[in-house]
Design a protein around this ligand. Sequence first.
Ligand SMILES: [Fe+2]
Ligand SMILES: [Fe+2]
Length: 205
Amino acid sequence: MNNDVSAERDWLEHPKTIEIQRYLKDNLQPRRFVHVLSVRDTAVDLARRYSADLQKLNFAALLHDCAKWMSAEELFKSAAHFGLHLDVIERANPSILHARIGAELAAKRFGIDHPEILSAIRLHTTGSGVMPLIDRILYVADFAEPQRTYKEADIVHKLAYQDLNRAVLEVSRYKIEQLLTKGKAIHPNTIDAYNAALRKTCGAG
Ligand SMILES: [Fe+2]
Ligand SMILES: [Fe+2]
């Protein structure tokens, strides 16, 4: 067995990986748990493609929806518990809070202290104007993992292996279109993600 495969097996079987997976299985809906494992597999595969840190992507992907089981009331309660200041869009759409609360749980419950992992979890729903490689991979993997049923997932999944920045652009564009269609507020981070990806891919904006 070569060292890479051996190292990969080590962190897949790492006690923290096992502990997190047990928590997710106990707390998430079965469908959500399957989604999370699929995001992890997609994110780790993209990490290989782009020479990103596999272990960081493993933990970021496994934990990205760890607060997804919470109701709006529980999300608000957790935000108060962790001392988070909420903006007006988060107050109106508490479901997006699962990303920030997830990062808090990752740090405080699971002892994940690496800022890159926590940032990727925190920004996986909205994206942002500054997205390092790990953030971009998780953002795209969450949208395009093979269990997703919308047709854009397949398109973005293929695109992700050719041009990650274009994949980020497509994800943010699709999310903005969906929010506009539903008449929902758009978080400024989502606009920033779109503008930054547009600049990177077309030199525009
Ligand atoms: Fe999520
Ligand atoms: Fe997700």
